[in-house]
Design a protein around this ligand. Sequence first.
Ligand SMILES: Nc1ncnc2c1ncn2[C@@H]1O[C@H](COP(=O)(O)OP(=O)(O)O)[C@@H](O)[C@H]1O
Ligand SMILES: [Mg+2]
Length: 224
Amino acid sequence: MSDILRLENINYSYIDGGYERHILKDLSYSFEAGKFYTVLGPSGSGKTTLLSIIAGLDTPKSGEIYFNGRNIKEIGLHKYRRNEISIVFQQYNLISYLTAVENVLLAMSETDNKLPKDRKTVAYNLLERFGIVRTKADRMIGQLSGGEQQRVAIARSLASNVNLIFADEPTGNLDTATEKEIIGIFKELSHDFGKTIIVVTHSDTVSQMSDQRVLLKDGKMQKL
Ligand SMILES: Nc1ncnc2c1ncn2[C@@H]1O[C@H](COP(=O)(O)OP(=O)(O)O)[C@@H](O)[C@H]1O
Ligand SMILES: [Mg+2]
């Protein structure tokens, strides 16, 4: 079986104004390894909540999550986050007082995964692969455009050598041309490098480029 991530009967709710609001209801879904998924759904449908849960940043009220057949609670949420997944955010979430290459190097220091010895060369190469040439790699984050910052964030997500990458509205702050370039990178990562990519988006342009579109609606996920 090639499911990299399996969600089983996930429930999530919170108390709002005295009564309970159910965001995710007995949600079950399996993600296959090496595919590029987009998760669609209206604002407030629970997409970010779902990502937080499958990234081990939040825990569901009930239900189980399996990574390569192993319950992530058994792996340990901290280890799961450190060694198995990366997240790309809408706001890039790079460290602004570091350069691009320093951001990538930092991510390399935050995993137990085996990495190549010459980390600096690897970091520069990773950035270059996504269009961040050396002179830009040595710039402070604030001196890069939004599209460039997201490229750095994608390079950073690969620095720890994980196979599962999540992104929450990664092109929400970018123009359509840059959006297409960034999504093209995600597509390449899944098709050419075997990464499993799960992108939350409400953009049709983005979802049309994915292998599988999934709709989050009424607390459940369904294939489109
Ligand atoms: N712990 C919580 N307390 C209060 N409101 C929450 C909590 N968690 C999520 N919400 C609300 O639940 C809804 C779904 O959130 P979210 O996952 O951010 O949706 P989406 O990303 O699809 O827009 C939003 O209205 C959000 O404000
Ligand atoms: Mg959201």
